[in-house]
Design a protein around this ligand. Structure first.
Ligand code: ZN
Length: 369
């Protein structure tokens, strides 16, 4: 039996995800005496009982991870993405550790001779998208082994279409902010009907010395070919307007195709893929993400707390603000928030002020990033 691989991220280095399975969870109920023995509530764990609490919790988390892996090994899947553990208080004396994640099948990535050789390489995210069920350009790879620049493009294939080729104009922005456009680049695909398709490398006119200077790209699809015919994308694509840090966090946590944070006003909801769906729709009509899985059931209004944290100077004071609110915060986030504070306080002893980092982590947690 092969070891089940798990990650809290969305991919494994050196492996391709070839199939996405269901979202699953398992839980370990801690002895109902667990908290009684400690005489503790969540707010007390900063006291000297903390180490006993952590020891018990570590044990329960390891059990939860082990039983999750056992459960996966009995399915046809061999890996888990988006894996996380949460501590849930059901009542004053029942606490459980919940492990959850999406089951996937992975295989070792195909490594061409070109890829293995010694060369310059740069990968950039694509900063625009079509809000349609068409191939979604997510990443551009530029590389050279000393005899001209080559280019490859990665596309999300939402429809699992048999995509044979895509012709596109590629716009590059370099670190000085200058724009260069390559027109009519033909991308062809070896393994066309996966959910993420990576084109073969093709020659491109960009000078080798520019490879490392490129910082972003946009892709304008001219046309694409499937076994059903030749298609175009119609309207102009939408530009993405997110800070580089948020954009990267979104890609890491929500998938390479993600361009927006989930949000809902009850009538309509915006999917991570950018599509705005009817409130009643359970899953996105473009990418198939389920609304329930994107929803973070967070009831706590965190903005006033964060504003109060901004007024402080050191993490130790920011933690005091957190402790004031902690009883009102959704219980599945409390442990993670306390961990952010503890590691912030530790780092602050040796590396200087951690205020901004800690506050950004708190915000990202509430945003689900
Ligand atoms: Zn979607």
């Amino acid at each position: 039996m092969l070891e089940v691989m798990i990650t809290s991220g969305t991919s494994f280095d050196g492996y391709d995800i070839i199939e996405y399975g269901p979202y699953q969870f398992s839980q370990e109920i801690l002895s109902s005496n667990f908290l009684k023995e400690l005489g503790s509530s969540m707010a007390d764990i900063v006291t000297d009982r903390s180490s006993v609490y952590h020891e018990k919790l570590d044990g329960a988390m390891n059990e939860a991870i082990k039983s999750f892996k056992d459960m996966v090994s009995k399915t046809k899947y061999n890996a888990v993405i988006g894996f996380q553990t949460n501590v849930v208080d059901y009542s004053a004396n029942i606490t459980s550790v919940v492990a959850s994640g999406t089951l996937v099948s992975i295989v070792k990535e195909y490594q061409s001779e070109f890829k293995k050789s010694d060369f310059i390489r740069n990968e950039v995210y694509v900063h625009n998208y079509y809000d349609k069920l068409v191939p979604r350009a997510v990443k551009i790879v530029l590389a050279s082994e000393g005899s001209g620049t080559k280019i490859s493009a990665w596309f999300n294939n939402y429809n699992m279409d048999d995509i044979k080729a895509i012709k596109a104009d590629i716009e590059f922005v370099n670190i000085y902010g200058d724009v260069t456009t390559l027109t009519g680049v033909d991308f062809v695909f070896d393994k066309p009907n996966l959910s993420l398709i990576k084109s073969d490398y093709t020659e491109c006119k960009l000078p080798e010395k520019y490879i490392k200077m490129i910082s972003a790209s946009k892709v304008y699809i001219v046309k694409y070919v499937t076994s059903r015919g030749v298609f175009s994308c119609g309207d102009d694509p939408i530009d993405i307007d997110l800070s580089p840090a948020k954009f990267k966090a979104l890609k890491m946590k929500k998938g390479l195709d993600a361009v927006e944070n989930y949000k809902s006003d009850g009538l309509v909801w915006t999917c991570n893929c950018g599509h705005v769906n009817e409130g009643g729709a359970e899953e996105c009509i473009i990418c198939g993400r389920k609304q329930d899985e994107m929803k973070k059931n967070i009831s706590f209004n965190y903005e006033p707390m964060v504003a109060e944290m901004q007024e402080k100077e050191f993490v130790i004071e920011i933690k005091d603000v957190l402790m004031k609110y902690i009883k009102d915060i959704d219980s599945n986030l409390r442990m993670q928030l306390l961990e952010i504070m503890e590691s912030g306080i530790q780092y602050e002893k040796t590396r200087g002020n951690m205020k901004d980092t800690v506050i950004e982590k708190v915000e990202n947690l509430f945003l689900g990033l």
